[in-house]
Write a protein that binds this ligand. Structure first.
Ligand code: FIX
Ligand code: ZN
Length: 412
């Protein structure tokens, strides 16, 4: 039987060295140059930090948005790193990114970070950053309704193979008038009414995009009021277009539930919030469509227990990650413990949601730290009960949680 010290070392090493699949990010490969985001100014102007800086500084939101990007970064720096101590998750993250690049932020300040991080990433730099984070590959968020992005795909832009595609359907499901106009303008005969013929055109649109970008899943985010089934445009698009195409293509649908967009529009990208949602739509989807696969995450802490219970009932439901406001040390620890207790190591432990390339460094460092503590504790209990754990067990579990569970689910 391994000693407690040996066991702790096995977990530490397995978690430190596991090659992660980051299954939800907002990153793009360097070849999508207008969309690729990296560098110190972007790290500082992350919307998490904008919201926090606004609490400290006396600038009106209008004045903030009028500033150039470097001036916004300077202002956020002053609020969160000069006037206050960077104790929040996001602010600590900046310090950790700096540390990974050998920058002492206390003495070198923002200028030190600007000197080391590349605002225009090359593939070499992107690979370097992913390697620093121990991330094998990332899944992007690809919006077929974004004009700029569409051009990259239509031109067949080659891309770094560590960036997988995911087809994001928020516009289709949450803003039908805009989607309808866009579809009509791009060669799909879709009227506002959404009859049988229009629905067939939506399916053709989805299949064309599958052929074009080869996504590993479809995804959408929905408000806390999300309901299913329902006789609305969203309900019908789901049942008559998205789910059939997912079945045919054997693709999971990722549902990200509980976001209340723009509760404070003055904050723009930082103005979204969270609210408790219902699990009933997930149950209905999983029960009615056993041939479909659902990757599911909820934004409210209050929904996490029900989600884990729902995953016990339906093998076609895969809980993933601790999303956005839940991605804090305290909550990831609580949620991961609860998931392990209710469904064992059969979920996706985390995704980074990185918007800026360098984010993967601190987000995965945090995820690994929490996972090490959570798993060590669970394994100790198992050994105390007489289960003779091996190093191979630990390696297998860690690999499943950080990567393999996701791929097995996508490929099954
Ligand atoms: O909808 C999403 O995928 C969210 O993750 C984002 O829209 C959000 O702004 C974010 O970056 C959260 O981490
Ligand atoms: Zn996201």
């Amino acid at each position: 039987m391994a000693t407690q010290t040996e066991l702790a070392a096995w977990v530490r090493e397995a978690v430190a060295t596991v090659r992660v699949t980051d299954m939800h990010t907002h990153l793009f490969p360097p070849s999508f140059s207008a969309l690729q985001v990296s560098g110190a100014d972007h790290v500082l102007t992350y919307h998490y930090l904008i919201a926090e800086a606004m609490r400290v500084g006396q600038l009106s939101s209008t004045d903030f948005w009028d500033l150039s990007a470097p001036s916004q970064a300077d202002w956020i720096w002053e609020q969160l790193f000069e006037k206050t101590t960077p104790l929040s998750e996001a602010a600590l993250g900046v310090v950790q990114i700096a540390q990974a690049f050998g920058v002492n932020l206390r003495t070198e300040k923002l200028a030190g970070l600007r000197a080391k991080l590349e605002p225009t990433a090359t593939d070499t730099y992107a690979n370097h950053v992913l390697d620093l984070a121990g991330v094998d590959s990332v899944v992007m968020t690809n919006d077929p309704f974004d004009e700029i992005e569409r051009r990259y795909w239509e031109q067949g832009t080659p891309r770094n193979r560590r960036f997988h595609a995911a087809l994001r359907l928020d516009v289709l499901l949450n803003d039908w008038p805009r989607a309808q106009v866009y579809l009509s303008n791009t060669g799909y005969h879709v009227g506002p009414e959404l009859g049988e013929v229009d629905m067939a055109e939506v399916r053709r649109f989805l299949k064309d995009w599958v052929a074009k970008i080869k996504p590993v899943y479809f995804a959408f985010s929905a408000p806390d009021t999300f309901a299913f089934p329902e006789d609305t445009v969203r309900g019908r698009l789901l049942s008559d277009a998205i789910l059939p195409v997912c079945r045919e293509q054997r693709l999971p649908l990722a549902l990200m539930i509980g976001v209340r967009r723009q509760v404070n529009p003055h904050l723009r990208s930082a103005g979204d919030s969270t609210a408790k949602a219902s699990m009933l739509p997930i149950e209905a989807l999983a029960r009615r469509y056993p041939e479909n696969k659902f990757l599911v995450t909820f934004l409210a802490r209050e929904d996490q227990h029900e989600l884990a219970v729902t995953a016990r009932k339906f093998g076609n439901v895969m809980p993933f990650g601790c999303w956005w406001f839940l991605n804090t040390e305290t909550l990831v620890s609580e949620i991961s413990n609860m998931r392990l207790e209710l469904i064992g190591p059969t979920f996706v432990i985390q995704h980074s949601d990185a918007r800026v390339l360098e984010h993967v460094i601190y987000k995965w460092r945090r995820a690994r730290k929490v996972a090490t503590a959570v798993l060590t504790n669970k394994y100790q209990q198992l050994q105390e009960a007489g289960w003779d754990l091996t190093r191979e067990d630990v390696d297998r579990d860690v690999n499943q949680l950080f990567s393999q569970n996701f791929w097995d689910f996508v490929q099954r």
